[in-house]
Design a protein around this ligand. Sequence first.
Ligand SMILES: [Fe+2]
Ligand SMILES: [Fe+2]
Length: 149
Amino acid sequence: MNSEGVFNKLMRQHDMIREVTKGTQAFLETIKTSANEGDFIELIGKLEHLRFLLLDHSGFEEAVLIPVLKKMYHPQEELAHYVKDEHIVLDKDLKALIQIVKDHVEQKKGELDREDFFKIRNYLQQTVTHLVEEEVSLFPMLKVISGQI
Ligand SMILES: [Fe+2]
Ligand SMILES: [Fe+2]
């Protein structure tokens, strides 16, 4: 795949993640005061779908971007680690949130705790921020390096 193809794929993945994240954000708001088990199961499904997309994207992003960062004239070792570390944290946090909702269903606790609701809401917002940050800083820089601009 040439560098244009790589960036197009990265952007397509970002758009897909953004769409699923926004859909999940909207759904979360609708179940804020719900005690319905079916709603929580649907939320788990949406979060798991998001996790699948994020893992797929992170793997591709690391495979194509980290070697470029390491090959730079001043190797961007720190940035390479940063890209990866951020993905690890994003996945770890999402895994923990899915578990919280699963436990909630198992314990038949009624409405989601406020604190858990806000944790999920913040996570989704943070995911959108992660995408935007890469698009405005990391991607353009790498496009210059890989000779696309
Ligand atoms: Fe990323
Ligand atoms: Fe990304």
